[in-house]
Design a protein around this ligand. Structure first.
Ligand SMILES: C[S@@+](CC[C@H](N)C(=O)[O-])C[C@H]1O[C@@H](n2cnc3c(N)ncnc32)[C@H](O)[C@@H]1O
Length: 316
């Protein structure tokens, strides 16, 4: 193992999770003018305006590739209720992102909330955060509400509607947010039957991911999708505080002979046109809970997409 690999491994294994040490803080030894010694967690800098992480935890998050399984059935976040959705995000994954981009009690907005991965992630943070989500599909909204009740998690505000109209809701109009974290649909190119792994997990083979609704971004052709996504995120960004972050999930689609479908790059180019929004970089999440398939074997290369892009923008 190279020296840098060793360092990475040590960092990931020795960090005592934030939520475990918070309650036992007691009196902490000051270090220099701004440092507070958090023991195994490292040193926290009191000037940090972004989050409650120590330098060691902050550095670990900067690793551009993040290899981690968040097994859906093991996360104890009501997967059986959430699996009516074709691609719910693991709440623990969302929690890990939220803990980097916010401090306790701050507010997070998700304009494509689905069955509430972001909202559940906000409730799982310790100390907790507050979140508002909106989704077009009433079934998903109801599923989220059943999950937070059955898992006895803090209730967040989940709204049902088209996120183009999000400012009609006082829960969004009357507030400013510290983070926008979202996982949008990826145009009608994604409306494909599920592969064997997903069929087994979700118990069905949907060809239509989210709904038949014409205002569902998942039913728009690729270029229209990019335009509408920029439009909706621009509305959300109008409620984001300055110097705060917009974090958007993306993946690439299967290339065709007509088009490479580098969706993550096309999304970066669309979103950076929103006034005030600057692209700051990405993390790649390698989802180790996904199985590898011999697509194309033995005739042609067909990629297994095991990773997703977590695109990071800032309001300057
Ligand atoms: C990829 S999913 C989000 C999944 C979510 N992260 C979760 O953990 O469940 C995208 C969601 O966007 C919703 N959606 C699509 N168009 C929308 C619109 N115009 N307004 C609000 N929600 C929309 C879909 O119903 C779908 O649930």
């Amino acid at each position: 193992m190279s020296k840098s690999n060793t360092k990475q491994k040590i960092a990931s294994e020795t960090i005592v999770p934030f939520w475990r040490t918070q309650r036992s803080n007691g009196r902490r030894k000051p270090i220099g003018q701004f440092g507070v010694d958090f023991g195994e967690r490292g040193v926290y800098d009191r000037r940090n305006p972004l989050n409650e992480l120590t330098g060691k935890e902050w550095t670990f998050f900067l690793n551009s590739v993040w290899i981690k399984a968040y097994p859906p059935v093991a996360d104890r976040c009501g997967f059986d209720l959430r699996k009516i959705h074709p691609c719910p995000k693991p709440p623990l994954l969302m929690r890990d992102i939220i803990q980097f981009f916010t401090k306790r009690e701050q507010w997070i907005l998700d304009p494509f909330a689905g069955v509430g991965g972001t909202l559940l992630g906000a409730s799982l943070c310790d100390p907790g955060r507050n979140a508002v989500g909106i989704d077009l599909n009433e079934q998903y909204v109801v599923a989220y509400k059943n999950v937070f009740k059955s898992e006895r998690l803090k209730a967040q505000r989940m709204l049902c509607g088209d996120s183009r109209d999000m400012l009609l809701f006082p829960e969004i109009r009357r507030r400013e947010f510290d983070l926008i974290l979202t996982d949008p649909p990826y145009s009608d190119v994604m409306n494909k039957p599920k592969n064997g792994h997903k069929r087994k997990l979700y118990g069905r083979n949907d060809a239509t991911p989210f709904s038949e609704l014409p205002n569902d971004l998942g039913n728009l052709p690729y270029d229209d999708f990019l335009t509408e996504l920029r439009h909706i995120l621009a509305i959300a960004v109008s409620k984001l505080r300055k110097k705060k972050y917009l974090v958007v999930f993306s993946r690439d689609l299967q290339p065709t002979s007509e088009r490479p479908y580098l969706l993550h790059a096309d999304m970066i180019n669309a979103i950076r046109q929103i006034p005030g929004i600057v692209y700051r970089g990405m993390r790649i999440w390698h989802d180790q809970a996904v199985d590898l398939y011999p697509f194309g074997y033995p005739y042609a290369f067909v990629m297994n997409q095991m990773h997703q892009y977590v695109l990071v923008f800032r309001k300057e």
